[in-house]
Design a protein. Structure first.
Length: 138
């Protein structure tokens, strides 16, 4: 008669490692059993025995069912993400650029005599009176 062996562990870590080892051995046995069923299914399909091949495939899936969550999954394709363009931080320049444009235009108006100063080219006596006359009164 086989008596179950009881093992005494000195620490919880040893007990944990022992349980992990037993679990790994059990998974290896199930994988080996499933591999055998898959080989038998392949031989049955090669011999044109569809019914026996399907039964062996079903047996292999049943053998893998308890450890299916532990088997590695195929990698999922990465989802493309939109590329973020670096945005330039203009800071204070966004305020200075329009200011420089306005100041430059004002400077040009003063230099080219476009300031609108009526005293530089018009006389109060003749030019303004001629300019405001009704066109038919000339």
């Amino acid at each position: 008669m086989d008596t179950p062996q009881t093992t005494h562990f000195n620490s919880p870590q040893e007990e944990f490692n022992h349980r992990r080892a037993e679990h790994a051995k059990d998974a290896a046995r199930k994988l080996q059993q499933a591999a055998t069923f898959y080989e038998q299914a392949a031989q049955a399909f090669a011999a044109q025995d569809e019914r026996n091949g399907e039964l062996k495939l079903r047996s292999a899936r049943q053998a893998l069912e308890p450890i299916a969550d532990e088997l590695p999954r195929p990698p999922q394709p990465a989802k493309p993400r939109p590329v973020e363009k670096p945005k330039m931080d203009w800071g204070w320049f966004k305020y200075f650029i329009p200011g420089f444009i306005v100041l430059g235009l004002l400077y040009l108006m003063v230099q080219l005599n476009l300031s609108g100063d009526l005293s530089k080219g018009w006389t109060v006596q003749g030019d303004i009176r001629e300019a405001v006359k009704y066109p038919g009164n000339k």
